[in-house]
Design a protein around this ligand. Structure first.
Ligand code: PMV
Length: 336
């Protein structure tokens, strides 16, 4: 048996930060994102004698994985088997599988590479077991969540949530699509100031998020208002409302990160410079554009068609930055 899938990152408008159960990645609050159309990750899953993970770069050469990276995959596959057990599919997935990852994403630059990788792995595994057990997209999103919370959202194209859910069981949080990729043509010009790998990954960051004195307030604001406002802005294609709630939530998440113990500073001087410059341009030219940053210094500049050419020129004018030109994408799919 052999199965192959393709997937992409997503950019969160309402950020996922912190869990009620770290091992199972059950989030404290709901989140929401737009799935991007690139860069892509492809994963092949095959029967094998022992468990293995191999990773290949764009040029086809093999990248040596660290023991801790292989371990993360092993743990995720064990959790996936555990979840499959809860839906009557205990034995459909063997622990002896060979996983091959082909990624076009530079690692750890705040481009949610774990979202693309684990949504892709979940989809490839769904394909791998499909003759024995057909999974719904909701079930595939649960598999993806076990690798990385944000990965659950990349299963769907367009705009999707990670639902908080209730309870402490493995199946108690999943992703839902609010609108597909044809609903609203938004672009994300991903502006990457530094290609260095980040020091503290989001898995560790989530675990200490609760230590910020502003954490409870953040969770309350998302639950009571922000998530709803964001869904409404997307449904009605109200870009100004989307900008307001996205920027509010992004700055709030970074405030929590900077005040948790140990503090996490993912933004750098370049991030702030780019954000200030886009704000100035937006006011001067009445441009529809919003900024948002995940766990890294990378600035995502999101705009509708009307802002496209001006925002793109702005992004390319940022010295020393790598730019990915992306738009709303169609989510994870099987390719073999
Ligand atoms: O899915 P994780 O564990 O890599 O967490 C992602 C966290 C953020 O990118 C900062 C926010 C988000 O919702 O994508």
């Amino acid at each position: 048996m052999r199965s192959k899938a393709i997937s992409t990152p997503n950019i969160a408008f309402i950020k996922y930060w912190g869990n009620r159960n770290d091992e199972l990645r059950l989030p404290m609050a709901p989140s929401l994102s737009m799935t991007l159309d690139r860069p892509t990750v492809k994963i092949t899953v095959e029967d094998a004698d022992t468990f293995s993970v191999r990773s290949f770069l764009v040029d086809g050469s093999e990248k040596t994985l660290k023991e801790k990276d292989i371990d993360r995959f092993r743990k995720v596959v064990t959790l996936m088997r555990r979840y499959l057990g809860t839906i009557g599919a205990e034995d459909v997935l063997s622990e002896s599988i060979a996983i091959a990852v082909r990624s076009h994403i530079p690692p750890a630059v705040g481009l949610a590479s774990s979202a693309a990788v684990f949504s892709c792995l979940a989809k490839a595994i769904a394909g791998f077991i499909r003759e024995k057990k057909e999974l719904t997209n909701k079930q595939v999103s649960i598999l993806a969540r076990l690798g990385s919370g944000s990965a659950a959202r990349s299963i769907f194209g367009g705009f999707s949530t990670l639902e908080e859910g209730n309870g402490m069981e493995i199946e108690n949080s999943w992703s839902e699509q609010i609108a597909d990729e044809h609903h609203w043509a938004l672009y994300d010009f991903v502006t990457i100031p530094a290609m260095e790998e980040k020091k503290v990954g989001s898995t560790e960051g989530h675990a200490s998020s609760h230590s910020s004195p502003f954490y409870t307030e953040r969770v309350q604001a998302i639950r009571s208002r922000r998530q709803r406002e964001c869904i409404e802005a997307i449904r009605t294609k109200d870009f100004e409302a989307l900008q307001r709630v996205t920027e509010e939530d992004c700055l709030d998440m970074h405030h929590v990160m900077q005040t948790q113990m140990p503090p996490l500073q993912y933004l750098n001087a370049e991030t702030h410079r780019i954000v200030d410059a886009i704000k100035e341009l937006r006011t001067k030219e009445h441009l529809p554009v919003l900024f948002t940053m995940d766990a890294g210094p990378t600035v995502h500049l999101v705009c509708p068609e009307e802002g496209r050419s001006a925002v793109l020129s702005f992004a390319h004018a940022q010295k020393g930055c790598t730019i990915f030109e992306t738009k709303v994408g169609s989510g994870a799919s099987l390719i073999g």
